[in-house]
Design a protein around this ligand. Structure first.
Ligand SMILES: [Ca+2]
Ligand SMILES: [Ca+2]
Ligand SMILES: [Ca+2]
Length: 321
């Protein structure tokens, strides 16, 4: 799992969790240079989270969707007998910055990881352009570096035998004919502006690399989830991704049954008020029920999450682990 971390203590993760090989390549960033909250107060010494925590929720959700054990408890993943290695490159806030992502992909190759799941895009550019006249010289350099670095890391892992599964993204766009990019740069927050992009020289990463197996999201009716990116340029397979608005005109339109429900870190659910300390199961679908966020932001879902969204600062965990 190259994601926001994995809660290795979760009972539907723990039996399959490989703590020895897990690593965290991120450091919590409490605020940006403008004082705007990013990850919020650091929960752990040195602002480095242990490699068995997930203070966002997305990584744990995806990990259990893939590999929760078929043990009569909770859920079963689609591959319940594999082991889960957390190679974290995503912040608590859901940003995936270039350096930790490169470190994690490279580590996957070095550590002999069989399958790498990447359900995000590298921030701050939804599309990295080689030389877009809409960008400043520094921004062009930053994007060219991103393209080169991600391609190189992905190729390195590929040549070491890592199968790389990558979400198509959640912008309802054809990756072979992309719409104008209105989401970049998304860091620091508020920097976004709309710019024209072209398919020949602009790339969403890591999906638009040579070795990515691209996954688009479908709902229970097998209709494409409205948020999912698409197009034969990049799609290899489709898979359930949660599609809250599937089944329009039926009684299950906009119901939780359309979502993908999975494991969720207890501390995150507590901090959001989704559960109370005495509760053992959430009374409502948590934030990372796949497809749920799509109803508000247009981008979420296990197989199609371009980026875990950012959240207001959370209170620290109720009790330290
Ligand atoms: Ca943290
Ligand atoms: Ca289970
Ligand atoms: Ca393309």
């Amino acid at each position: 799992m190259l994601d926001t971390g994995v809660d290795g203590s979760h009972p539907d993760i723990a039996p399959n969790f490989d703590k020895a090989r897990s690593r965290n390549f991120t450091r919590d960033l409490p605020v940006d240079d403008n004082g705007v909250t990013i990850d919020g107060p650091c929960e752990h010494r040195g602002c480095v989270d242990p490699a068995d925590v997930d203070e966002n929720g997305h990584g744990t959700h995806v990990a259990a969707t893939i590999a929760a054990p078929a043990d009569g408890f909770g859920i079963s993943g689609v591959a319940p007998n594999v082991s889960i290695v957390n190679i974290r490159g995503g912040q608590d806030s859901g940003y995936f910055f270039l350096q930790p992502v490169i470190d994690a992909i490279t580590y996957a190759g070095d550590a002999g990881i069989d399958v790498l799941n990447m359900s995000f895009y590298v921030d701050p550019w939804l599309f990295n352009c080689e030389n877009n006249s809409a960008d400043t010289p520094d921004q062009r350099i930053q994007q060219r570096i991103t393209i080169r670095a991600v391609r190189r890391a992905v190729a390195y892992a590929h040549h070491r035998g890592v199968t790389q599964i990558v979400s198509m993204g959640n912008n309802h766009t054809d990756l072979g004919k992309p719409l104008p990019d209105a989401d970049s740069p998304n860091f620091p927050p508020g920097s976004e502006r709309e710019r024209e992009i072209d398919n020949a020289t602009c790339f969403s990463l890591p999906i638009e690399t040579d070795h990515a197996i691209g996954v688009a999201a479908v709902g229970p009716t097998m209709a494409k989830a409205d948020y999912s990116n698409h197009g034969s340029e990049r799609v290899s397979v489709t898979a359930p991704g949660g599609y809250f608005r599937d089944g329009k005109g039926t009684s299950w339109y906009r119901t939780n049954e359309n979502l993908v429900l999975s494991a969720y870190p207890r501390e995150v659910a507590l901090s959001e008020g989704a559960i109370t300390p005495a509760a053992t199961s959430p009374p409502r679908a948590p934030r990372w029920a796949c497809g749920r966020r799509a109803s508000r932001t247009g981008r979420a879902g296990t197989t199609s999450t371009s980026r875990a969204p950012r959240w207001p600062p959370r209170t620290p965990p109720a009790s330290p682990r």
